[in-house]
Design a protein around this ligand. Sequence first.
Ligand code: FRU
Length: 474
Amino acid sequence: MKRIDPNRLVHVTNRRYRQHFHIQTPAGWLNDPNGLCYFKGYYHVFYQFHPYSAEWGPMHWGHVRSKDLVHWEQLPVALVPGDPEDSGGCFSGSAIVKAGRLYLIYTGHHYYGDHDLDHFWENQNVAYSDDGIHFTKYAGNPVISAPQDNTKHFRDPKVWLYDGQYYLVIGSQDAVDHLGRILLYRSADLLHWQALGPIFRSKDASTEGYMWECPDFFRLNGQDVLVCSPMGIKATPHRFLNENQVAYFTGQLDYQQPHYAGGKLAEVDCGHNFYAPQSFLTPDGRWVQFGWMSSFSQSMPEQADGWAGCLTVPREVILTDHHLGTIPVKELASLRQATLFDQPLIVDRTNELSQGGQHCEVQLTVPFADGGQFSWALVTGDHPLVSLDYNHESGWVTVHQDGQKSDRYAHLGPVDQLNLQILVDTSSVEIFINHGAATFTERYYTEEPVTYQLNSSTPRKVLLKVYQLEGKEL
Ligand code: FRU
């Protein structure tokens, strides 16, 4: 297997935007979370990684592990591209444990050598490890090649075990109608795969996408949930406002006559900075999701400092009445170092808080028996970096991010009480509303001190908690 060249590694030159409790690279570029799993006493997270610059480049798999889902340690790069099965990159994929061995199933990305980055082909490969640190690429790679009726888009396998057989889904584009679709495969040993065909597809490029990347598939509360990142959905006034979105469907997978009967497409996260999530099952039975807290189209000021991108905090996936929501995993409470504020507060017009800053958890309980409007903002001076506003009359939550062309929205309807759980790190804000009703993932950049502002249309008694959070910077 190819090796990292230590002389070419990029280095962090300024730590002003480095996160304190999120997974990030030691230096270099990060995108999708990959290979989430629990193996021999550790949670493992891999990520799309370019170690030689803060730009996207030939993809490696970076690797961290943790005993508690909160404190992570960097491990050696798990996959280095450049072998015949992955000549142009080790693209996204997933992990599974079989008989004490950790298997990674990932996409080999290949260029035709004409210097055109859009001229590529893709296949699927396996690597394995017995210690969870050192990986060997399978000598029989590739294990899956694209079917005849597929375009070049054929990537991001997500594997699982069902009824004694292994299954995986692949993100794909149909060569005939050029729409996104999901392909299903089956195997007895993770090495030999049988194609079961397309099981679900986009109905229209502008409403459901021309390519479905990063499929995720899991069973929760009697539903088979399909999550994917469709490319090409056209924006509407309140939805699909990012370049590419993350969508989910609930439904049932028929394993006998392979077909997924999925319902309506809905968005997983409403924020400006969320893409390509993946989930895994913890030993105690929770589906936990990580997403990439960015997107290809957004500028990231940390690139000037030799790094780019980070993952979200781990989020527990919950499903209520076909609505998929996420909440921070309970383990994150161990980041709380001190309680800075914990009492009722009358918010009357704009209140500036003296408690809070760049590494905090904010919990707000806001009553709306009398309707009206309420907002929370992260500010420097009077300048909002990220703000959230809820209007009881319209039922809309609006989230603004400094420097972005448009706001982002979630429709909550007229709720009696607004519950906000907000996690602020050096350069990100994650907002969880009403226990999974909506989530916003946002980034912000400042070198000035920050504070929080609360604002209410009429005097309102809210419950406010602010905790200082401290993790171990990776
Ligand atoms: C999604 C994605 C995947 C691909 C990877 C390459 O962000 O485009 O489809 O495997 O990133 O880095």
